[in-house]
Design a protein around this ligand. Structure first.
Ligand SMILES: Cc1ncc(C[n+]2csc(CCOP(=O)(O)OP(=O)(O)O)c2C)c(N)n1
Length: 622
């Protein structure tokens, strides 16, 4: 295997890859051709991701696996279901999309995750983790003529969904291959009992023997048929390294070196003859073959593209504001504060807090549902949990929010990050639904900061409240307001009037992150401008007052229009028969395009020009 110390300067030549017009020829490749092909893919991946940005280390770690799977299995009829899908760049390169790799993550370019729309080699659309086993199981039951392979990481397999699906597959003895790509990493170091369990397997005599004695794991695989009857499996469960998976009804094979292409091919060919659920445990290295990424897999989880940003924001990133706030809270001696993340410590700005206050910090692994119920439990016994969670991943913990936190009116503060458009990761990661699905939950206070000062003060305010509260902030940099740490101007359900125009016909009610556009529009048409601050409770007395002196309420939010903050205003106006017309701006009833947040705003027509045009036409109709 070739190893690289730096990114290739120029596009590397890839003769074998280019010769593959379809994958038929790949099925007859010799071992040495397969090795050369893997080298070509790895080098091209370095080149293309350097230019496009995007997920990096995970793809490098599955180059050999990708080649082996497409060599052994009859794809696309046989289906590879990639979990999360962030490791699927080599798969995209090999399945006819090499020429488009540089367009990855851009508007009209390649999708950053597998997408059924993009290629029939992409068996299942992903982005969120831990869905691959359930999806592959459904496919296998629906159409047993093909083979179905779920490839799941040791991070993704920490989530409950993976076990729900394995328990189901095991109980019905369905044909299914689950490949665990175990690199001992999530985005950060993997945490929790499952991770410890896998680490024990790594260090077990089985794996050490294979690694050091050069023995092949193939000897542990029976020549063809199902390995053992149920009772034997049970006994073997106590002896084999993968007892947990055996107990769930899988035939466990491994652990084996996931970079040894020759052994991998032989093993997969043997497994192809087995029936029932099979669990193949591969040990791989994140960032494999690129020395800087092997040394620092956290830094190289993803590469960011150097972009010419059109954003005028010069303040800190919102997650940095959150991280600093957490640290200051703990520094002040508040030992009841407990900060929780479901596997997103770096992205949520919690690295410093985790280091300085390890006893008040929990990374619960990729387990959003559990993170919420865990927070509820902590609150029951007097702690003050702060759950930092990306808007898109909060979707996973919805029932737990209603059932465990809100009904019991527990003191849990949600720091909801990456709310609104998140850009290049596309629709799977968009944080555009939360105001809609949160607004209908009784007991929950919802705040939307328009800058870092408000964000800080709202975190403080939400933390001090009795009952659940949410502060919802966007991806990226804040506008650059001074943070006033020792004053708090936030009052429950009170908006802030930024501009009150006596003669104005229009009042712009801005909810959170789009205050910049709202300001520009207000200036242009001499409108009243309100920073609403609260989605729930709404500032009802202000709405009543403004409705008597204006003709039109214009609501602006970075959330879907359906059921969002604007809807809350509409409902209030209707319920109270207020004499005012309404115009709602937000995200239309479509999933966002792949592209930058600016591209997404353009596509949703959230621009100053469009707002002005629609307001003018609405006024003209009056
Ligand atoms: C439900 C959900 N929560 C969080 C994430 C964010 N996320 C993307 S990749 C990743 C780590 C996955 O680790 P692993 O499965 O071991 O794959 P690796 O990157 O190590 O190859 C996380 C937490 C996600 N995609 N989905």
């Amino acid at each position: 295997m070739k190893t690289f110390k730096k990114f290739p300067e120029n596009e590397p030549s890839t003769p074998l890859l280019d010769s593959l017009k379809t994958l038929d020829a790949l099925r007859n490749f010799s071992s040495s051709d397969l090795l050369s092909l893997a080298d070509e893919i790895r080098e091209f991946l370095l080149y293309s991701t350097k230019h496009s940005g995007g997920h990096f280390g995970a793809g490098l770690g599955v180059v050999e696996l990708t080649v082996a799977l497409h060599h052994v299995f009859n794809t696309p009829n046989d289906k590879i279901v990639w979990d999360v899908g962030h490791q699927a760049y080599p798969h995209k390169i090999l399945t006819g999309r090499k020429e488009k790799m540089l367009s990855m993550r851009q508007k009209d370019g390649l999708h950053p995750f597998p997408s059924r729309e993009e290629s029939n080699f992409d068996a299942f659309g992903v982005g969120h983790s831990s869905t691959s086993i359930g999806a592959a199981l459904g496919m296998s039951i629906a159409n047993p003529t093909n083979k179905y392979i779920s490839v799941i990481g040791d991070g993704a397999i920490t989530a409950g969904m993976a076990y729900e699906a394995m328990a189901h597959a095991g109980s019905i003895d369905e044909d299914l291959l689950v490949i665990l790509n175990d690199n001992n990493m999530s985005i950060s170091n993997n945490t929790g009992g499952i991770s410890n369990y896998l680490a024990k397997i790594w260090s077990s005599k089985w794996y050490i023997q294979i690694r050091e004695g050069g023995k092949s794991v193939l000897r542990m695989i029976p020549s063809a048929k199902r390995f053992a009857k149920k009772t034997e499996t049970h006994i073997k469960g106590f002896l084999s390294p993968g007892a947990l998976f055996e107990e769930l009804g899988f035939q466990y094979i491994g652990p084996m070196d996931g970079h040894n292409l020759k052994d991998l091919v032989r093993t997969l060919k043997n497994i192809n003859d087995l029936s029932g659920p099979v669990f193949l445990h591969l040990v791989t290295q994140k960032g494999k073959g690129f020395i800087p990424a092997e040394k620092d897999p956290i830094k190289f989880h993803a590469l960011s593209k150097i972009e010419t940003s059109t954003s005028k924001n010069i303040g800190p990133k919102y997650q940095e504001v959150f991280g600093e706030w957490l640290c200051e809270k703990a520094e002040s001696g508040d030992t009841n504060l407990v900060a929780i993340t479901p596997a997103m410590s770096e992205g949520s700005g919690m690295t410093e807090f985790a280091q300085r206050f390890p006893n008040q910090f929990f990374d619960v692994a990729i387990a959003e549902q559990h993170s919420m119920t865990f927070a509820a439990g902590l609150a029951c016994e007097g702690k003050k949990p702060v759950l930092a969670i990306y808007s898109t991943f909060l979707q996973r913990a919805y029932d737990q929010l209603i059932h465990d936190v809100a009904i019991q009116n527990l003191d849990v503060l949600l720091a909801i990050d990456r709310a609104g458009f998140v850009g290049e990761d596309g629709a799977t990661h968009a944080g555009i639904f939360d105001l809609t699905y949160l607004r209908c939950i009784p007991n929950l206070t919802i705040m939307v900061p328009a800058n870092e000062n408000e964000c800080w003060q709202m975190l403080d305010f939400g933390y001090s409240l009795n009952g659940p509260a949410a502060v919802r902030y966007p991806r990226g940099n804040a506008p650059g307001e001074n943070i006033e740490k020792n004053t708090n101007t936030i009052e429950l359900g009170k908006a802030k009037i930024l501009e009150l125009k006596e003669s104005a016909t229009v009042a712009i009610l801005s909810f959170g992150s789009l205050l910049d556009i709202s300001e520009e529009v207000a200036k242009e048409i001499d409108a009243t401008l309100v920073d609403m601050r609260f989605v729930k409770p709404l500032d009802e007395s202000l709405l009543r007052e403004l409705s008597t002196s204006h003709d039109l309420f214009v609501t602006v939010e970075e959330n879907v229009i359906a059921g969002g903050a604007g809807s809350a205003v509409n409902e209030f106006v209707n319920a109270n028969s207020l004499p005012i017309k309404l115009l709602n701006f937000g995200i239309p009833d479509e999933f966002p395009v792949v592209g930058s947040p600016e591209d997404q705003k353009q596509a949703a027509e959230l621009t100053k020009e469009n707002l002005l045009a629609k307001i003018k036409s609405k006024l003209a109709k009056q």
